[in-house]
Design a protein around this ligand. Structure first.
Ligand SMILES: Cc1ncc(COP(=O)(O)O)c(C=O)c1O
Length: 338
């Protein structure tokens, strides 16, 4: 990978050497298999294609100053994939098998882990799909788990610089008691129209509102929302957002920094009172928000006009990314060294 320009990587797909697969057949999971093919060969009546029996995960591996590769909180992703499986009636992959597959795929593709200090990382994408041929709406009896990796740069073009998002009441990504709390493909299909419209209008993402009352903030495209007010870290509690592992980590770090963490419904009007606001996730890391535009009411909530991240977001960003690459101590054992 000598001639690779790691610092120019975008958040896209690049072919790597291997992926790892595992099949569920006759009521049990088989052995992990290594493949060098990017292609999967599946039945045209597979439930993943027709009825959206599909869940995925996203996590990252980082190269440290010491040359070691660290994977961030993979157990949490394994547990969340189980929750997704329960939500759409798929076979649950044991967390240990999930971890074993992640370690294996990273090890097999170690040459693709971007160097320390490049700002890039190795994105790990686990995927679980229903395979059995079915035409009635019912769960499959066969499943395939697959995990591949690809080196990535920042998700948003602006990286750790503030970006603008918008609210549009005409779109929801999930229903009030639907699948918003799990990571299934259908939620992302449902978010594409609003996401593309927002991009056309010059926004980085949509800040979704709670789908029941449209009074509270939900989440921000493929990331959770949080805000800073005084010494408080405030993040929405909702029945229709994905529990972000990054947000969970930041809540802990904020508490460790002596802040008060408030996880509760956040009314839209409260946007006017925040000193800093940001979105957070594996891909977004922390992306500060410069402003939120309410496109229906023609109102703007502005957090910064200087194009600089706020002081608390900066501190949290440094702490989180420091733990991820091994520059900071890891008191909670979040990191697995390869
Ligand atoms: C809808 C949604 N919300 C939030 C997140 C952030 O979650 P995490 O921090 O676990 O990556 C993601 C990305 O996984 C997501 O797709």
């Amino acid at each position: 990978m000598e001639n690779m320009n790691w610092s120019d990587l975008s958040f896209g797909y690049m072919k790597t050497d291997y992926n790892v697969r595992c099949y569920y057949r006759n009521g049990k999971w088989g052995e992990l298999e290594v493949s060098s093919s990017e292609i999967i060969n599946i039945h045209m009546a597979a439930t993943c294609l027709h009825y959206g029996q599909e869940a995925f995960e996203g996590l990252k591996a980082f190269k440290g100053k010491d040359g070691k590769v660290r994977i961030f909180r993979m157990k949490e992703n394994g547990k969340r994939m189980q929750a997704s499986s329960r939500g759409i009636k798929m076979a649950e992959l044991p967390v240990e098998t999930f971890e074993e597959a992640v370690l294996k795929v990273v090890r097999l593709n170690e040459r693709f882990v971007p160097p320390y200090g490049s700002g890039a990382s190795l994105y790990i994408r686990p995927l679980l799909i229903g395979l059995g041929a079915q035409v009635g709406v019912k769960p499959a009896d066969e499943y395939m788990f697959l995990v591949f990796v690809t080196p990535v740069g920042p998700y948003f073009k602006t990286g750790f610089l503030p970006s603008k998002v918008c609210m549009m009441r005409g779109y929801d990504r999930a229903a009030p008691l639907g699948t918003g709390t799990i990571k299934v493909g259908g939620n992302y299909a449902a978010s594409l129209a609003a996401g593309e419209l927002a991009k056309e209008k010059g926004y980085a993402a949509v800040l979704y509102l709670d789908p029941k009352e449209k009074k509270y903030l939900d989440e921000c495209g493929p990331a959770n929302f949080f805000a800073i007010k005084g010494n408080n870290y405030i993040t929405p509690k909702s029945e229709s957002i994905l529990p972000s592992i990054t947000n969970k980590s930041l809540m802990q770090l904020a508490e460790d920094m002596g802040m008060t963490v408030e996880r509760r419904p956040v009314p839209i009007e409260e946007l006017a009172t925040f000193e800093e606001a940001a979105e957070c996730g594996t891909a977004a890391v922390i992306t500060p928000l410069s402003q939120v535009d309410d496109l229906d009411e023609g109102k703007s909530y502005v957090f910064t006009t200087t194009n600089k991240p706020g002081p608390v977001c900066t501190k949290l960003y440094q702490k989180l990314t420091g733990i991820q690459c091994g520059d900071e101590p890891d008191p909670y054992g979040w990191v697995t060294i390869l």
